[in-house]
Design a protein around this ligand. Sequence first.
Ligand SMILES: Cc1cc2nc3c(=O)[nH]c(=O)nc-3n(C[C@H](O)[C@H](O)[C@H](O)COP(=O)(O)O)c2cc1C
Length: 169
Amino acid sequence: MASNRIKTLVCYYSLDGNTRHIAKAIQQKIDAEGLELRIKSPYKYKGFLKYFIGGMQVIFRSRPPLFPLGKDFRDYQLIIFGTPVWAGNYVPAFRTLFPSIELKKKKIAFFACCGGKVGKTFDNLKKALKGNEFLGEIEFQEPLKNDPNGTKEKAQRWAQEILGKIKNE
Ligand SMILES: Cc1cc2nc3c(=O)[nH]c(=O)nc-3n(C[C@H](O)[C@H](O)[C@H](O)COP(=O)(O)O)c2cc1C
């Protein structure tokens, strides 16, 4: 596949599988590598507490320790970050990740999975990753529940568009 030439990493976090579903669809279509962030003390709550604890971590800007990444971000031309929306923002795992990788002048795109509204997720991601080139962003509302196949295809089309932008430069 021609898209092989652009070395791409899909870096994501997923608590309930939606973001993973989109990440895998993209990886498969454009032959990208995947990096799922894993926190050392996984959230084990359900129902209200799940939202409460996660939301508090966002509000208090927690940086939950991550397991080793096993990838070097410098090796990739394009990095696609995928996050669930928590309290209108990206998840705490990225707050741990970003200071440790110091990305500069990279081509970057974002996707987010949410229950209804992305809030400031994309704006805040761009602020956190200032100094890079942003090629696009897309959101999905509960893809596993609503339309797993349709969202898979939508994600794959979007990823190809992002790659197309790089090839046409
Ligand atoms: C702690 C927590 C906070 C959330 N906050 C929001 C929110 O502010 N806005 C929203 O639209 N969805 C919110 N959601 C819903 C998730 O974004 C949505 O279920 C998403 O698809 C989950 O992705 P995942 O399955 O990859 O974990 C929240 C979910 C959790 C667990």
